[in-house]
Design a protein around this ligand. Structure first.
Ligand SMILES: [Zn+2]
Length: 215
């Protein structure tokens, strides 16, 4: 199809040049097939070495990780390409989730390995960034082994259930009307749960709606 369209365009242009004339009114102007090729905006394109550079994790932890490429419609409505650095054990799940997210056109602001934010979760969350591996809070965080993923944390902030503490990231408010926000029975939440992920909304002390993890 593409080749055909290029050939037709070339043909028409050649004709225009030859005759040095506009098309006559009788000539059909709709003979060029309209082909839409979706442009992909690349948000990041790290190598594995670049995506893990500067982490304090040791080799055994890094060896368990995999860097996968994902596509999603961002908040600008355009198709973007990003990367998730996660544990090999959930890599195939994450690929399936992102295929589903793309199909639904559920907006993901961007998915960029946290090395872009200097391994600073706070900066990454403020930027509404989706990411998995971050070697911090290693005693309890599933992000330290790449077995958890946070999606659109600014749209889905961590909210304390009873304690009077600010949302995380600070300043972010929960509004389920905003596209890219999760709620109970949201199709993406359901898909995660069917794959055996625990949703952070069910934690004891807070609703961590952006967070999904696997044991
Ligand atoms: Zn998380």
């Amino acid at each position: 199809m593409l080749l055909l369209s290029v050939a037709l365009l070339t043909c028409k242009n050649a004709k225009m040049q030859d005759t040095n004339d506009d098309f006559s009114a009788s000539e059909p102007t709709d003979t060029i097939p309209y082909i839409s090729i979706e442009h992909v905006i690349v948000d990041c394109n790290y190598t594995f070495e670049e995506a893990t550079m500067g982490t304090t994790a040791d080799e055994d932890v890094i060896r368990e990780l995999e860097l996968i490429q994902v596509q999603y419609y961002s908040t600008d409505g355009k198709l973007h390409q990003g990367q998730i650095l996660c544990n090999r054990k959930i890599a195939q799940n994450i690929v399936s989730i992102f295929e589903f997210i793309k199909e639904l056109k559920f907006p993901v602001a961007h998915a960029i390995p946290i090395v872009r934010y200097g391994w600073d979760e706070e900066l990454s969350m403020q930027a509404n960034n989706t990411y998995s591996f971050c070697y911090r809070h290693i005693s309890y965080s599933k992000h330290a082994s790449g077995m958890a993923i946070d999606i659109n944390p600014y749209f889905n902030p961590l909210r304390w259930k009873t304690e009077k503490r600010p949302n995380r990231p600070e300043g972010a408010e929960y509004n389920p009307e905003i596209p890219g926000t999760f709620y109970r029975d949201h199709p993406v939440v359901v898909k995660f749960q069917r794959m055996g992920f625990l949703w952070g909304n069910t934690f004891t002390r807070y609703y961590d709606d952006n967070h999904f993890e696997k044991k």
